[in-house]
Ligand binder design. Structure first.
Ligand SMILES: [Fe+2]
Length: 325
């Protein structure tokens, strides 16, 4: 055994243990009811993530690297992310929280034993500890997913974090955006052993100059962008990206817009004077069978004209859809 191999084992063990620590925190700060409940149709129940990380760990390390027989092959389909969309996972006969914890504990114990006996470099999966690193990263990714689930959960908060650092003193005087010069950029890696296939090999790409905001986008600014029809405006996308949307049937596409009338609404606050704007959009809406269908979309938009900033914010208050004759 070389020192490098020992160091690699220590690093793998530390990464696996760190990820499990986060998983344990995220799944012990709530009660069983919260673990099995679906907090958003966008997310799995937390107990699904808990057993899924153990199942992937068993699949790739115990079975593929270690050549072991499956511990519980009957549960594999339940935790295959491609088999069941997140919205339908609560209806599956999932392992109960205690069963999921027990499964994860059993798999992890066997994996740490396997790690002690693994000679790295004999196969593509073990070269540089690739499969072990992949599994540690996979659990870390699910920790992020579970954190997002926590943020969508209602009820009293159960997690605490340090207050963010105060904004730099010059934050308010920064320009809105800066020009980043174009030039060559090395993308990907040819040396990082735990990189995935789609991150290899390292290659040089030329990036044209672009503008970048000097501060992160706030939720309210992002909401303004959406409400203002930003996703319907080709100016804010690349030509390739804009052309891809209708091809992929991903989103409605505005093909015609007619402003019908503008009605000014009195407002006491002159700095934020709202107006009602009725517009008629003709949109192409993806059909289930891939055909496009044209609909009329009447929208009443409340426009806030903020005189001191010169900007406008739109909010879709109501809309009605009718098929285009
Ligand atoms: Fe996963």
């Amino acid at each position: 055994m070389t020192e490098d191999t020992e160091t690699l084992r220590d690093r793998i063990a530390a990464e696996l243990i760190a990820a499990r620590g986060r998983t344990t925190l995220l799944t012990t700060v709530v009660d069983e009811a919260d673990l099995v409940r679906q907090h958003s149709p966008l997310m799995s129940p937390l107990v699904w993530d808990l057993a899924h990380v153990a199942n992937q760990e068993e699949l790739w390390l115990l079975r593929e690297v270690g050549g072991r027989t499956p511990l519980h092959p009957e549960i594999d389909p339940l935790y295959d992310a491609f088999e069941h969309p997140r919205a339908k996972r609560p209806a599956l006969p999932l392992l109960a929280p205690d069963e999921a914890r027990g499964y994860g504990h059993e798999v992890r114990g066997r994996v740490l034993d396997l790690l002690e006996r693994t000679t790295f470099g004999e196969t593509q999966l073990t070269d540089g500890g690739f499969a072990f690193g992949m599994i540690a990263q996979h659990e870390a990714q699910h920790d992020e997913t579970m954190l997002a689930t926590h943020q969508l959960r209602s009820g009293l908060p159960v997690l605490a974090a340090a207050a963010p650092a105060p904004a730099p003193a010059d934050a308010s005087s920064l320009p809105v955006e800066v020009l980043v010069p174009g030039g060559p950029f090395t993308m990907g890696t040819s040396t990082e052993a735990w990189a995935l296939d789609n991150e290899r090999p390292a290659h040089v790409v030329h990036v044209p100059a672009f503008y970048l905001d000097t501060t992160p986008v706030t939720n309210s600014a992002y909401a303004e962008f959406i409400a203002d029809g930003g996703y319907d405006d080709p100016r804010w996308g690349t030509p390739d990206g804009w052309a891809h949307r209708p091809r992929a049937g991903m989103l409605e596409r505005v093909v015609e817009r007619v402003d019908l009338r503008v009605q000014r609404v009195p407002a006491a606050d002159l700095a934020q004077q709202p107006q009602l704007l009725l517009v008629r959009d003709v949109r192409e809406v993806p059909h289930q069978r891939g055909h496009q269908r044209r609909v009329l979309l009447d929208q009443v938009r409340l426009i806030h004209c903020r005189g001191e900033q010169g900007g406008a914010v739109a909010r879709r208050d109501q809309f009605r859809r009718d098929p285009v004759p």
